[in-house]
Design a protein around this ligand. Sequence first.
Ligand SMILES: [Zn+2]
Length: 150
Amino acid sequence: MQEIEFRSGHLCVDTDPALCVPCQERLDRQLALLPRVYGELEAALVPAPNSGDRVTGTARPGIPLNGPAVEARAAIRGTLASWADLIVEGRTVRLPLRTVPALAAFLRRHLSWLAVHPAAEDAASEIDALLHDVLRIARPPHGHPLPIGA
Ligand SMILES: [Zn+2]
């Protein structure tokens, strides 16, 4: 379940700006996972029981929001939206809804086009790094698991 490969050490980028098939497949799996992580981060938006006075939220006064979770969600949405914009400009297709599930599905649908775009490597690296970062917040390896589905 937690089998997520990251790009460290992959060599196709040395030979060709296009993504090789394993890299495309990995990117596809990562795009499929991001909306789920986005949902898990929503569960982290409720104040943690012992979060004390480290209130970083700027949104609703009096409600301590989980700052890293808010930032992680914004990063997911912003990253997916910016790559979707590239596809919209390049392919003159309709803009998807600006929701994370719609953006991720859109990117997966156009993955074979993106994979041969000159920016394919940037997209793969950025989404790889993004997933790595947001998983650390949504599913911390040590410490308290988030109240998913609670
Ligand atoms: Zn590759």
